[in-house]
Ligand binder design. Structure first.
Ligand SMILES: [Zn+2]
Length: 234
């Protein structure tokens, strides 16, 4: 049994709620929680490389869902945002959650997780281009932060794109084991500022709400006011 399989077994023994597995045609892995049940959607075992590592990743999402309060795994309300913007908002939250997931993953399977980080870096670095959308810049920034933090080679993996660098720097400002809802929202708020499309505010009841600041013309990155970003992130 490989480290990932053993770790999944340990995690399952610590979960209170049932885990339901759904195999699908896509090569992506997905996690969600509904009606007191964890749902892990996954591709067929032999269709994707590093399958067990991604499988472990999703179980850590389930573990964080149970150990932390629900805003950690549930996406915020986006009812008042225009149609189609919810997924855009979720991309920021997923980036931060994955920063924390890898922080936990490495505690279970250190060498395997480092291998995955290097693999993801080699993959994303080939795709860096000026027309990358926000989602891809968030993913690239996450990967850049992971290599700098976990492979202990600061600077070596800086990617040649200011948005990506700011995403990485923002994540690196928070230890990946310092998992809390406050940190989740605090990081997302900083990531929102990098791209300028959304903002987090608290309503009269003290609940976090998300406001759209400007329209997304296309999936291409927004025009950048670099000085403003630097100032806001200080
Ligand atoms: Zn994830």
């Amino acid at each position: 049994m490989c480290c990932e399989q053993k770790s999944v077994k340990i995690l399952l023994s610590q979960l209170e709620y049932e885990v339901n597995y759904i195999e699908w045609e896509s090569d992506l892995f997905k996690y969600n929680f509904k009606n007191n049940t964890h749902y892990i959607t996954h591709p067929a075992k032999d269709s994707v490389g590093l399958w067990y590592l991604y499988f472990l990743h999703e179980h850590i999402h389930a573990f964080h869902r149970e150990k932390l309060s629900s805003p950690f795994s549930e996406n915020p309300s986006t009812n008042h945002l225009p149609f189609g913007y919810d997924q855009e908002v979720y991309n920021y939250f997923n980036t931060v959650r994955d920063w924390f997931v890898v922080g936990s993953m490495i505690e279970y399977c250190i060498e395997e997780t480092k291998f995955l980080i290097r693999y993801e870096y080699d993959d994303i670095v080939k795709k860096i281009n000026p027309n990358m959308d926000v989602k891809d810049r968030l993913i690239a920034g996450l990967v850049s932060a992971q290599v700098q933090f976990f492979l202990k080679e600061p600077g070596k993996y800086k990617m040649d794109d200011l948005h990506i660098q700011k995403v990485a720097e923002t994540l690196l400002g928070f230890h990946p084991n310092d998992i809390s809802v406050e940190n989740l929202y605090s990081i997302v708020s900083k990531l929102f500022k990098i791209f300028g499309y959304f903002e987090i505010y608290t309503d009269f009841d003290g609940a976090f709400q998300i406001k759209q600041l400007k329209e997304m013309q296309s999936m291409s990155p927004p025009p950048t006011d670099y000085k403003k970003i630097m100032k806001e992130l200080m």
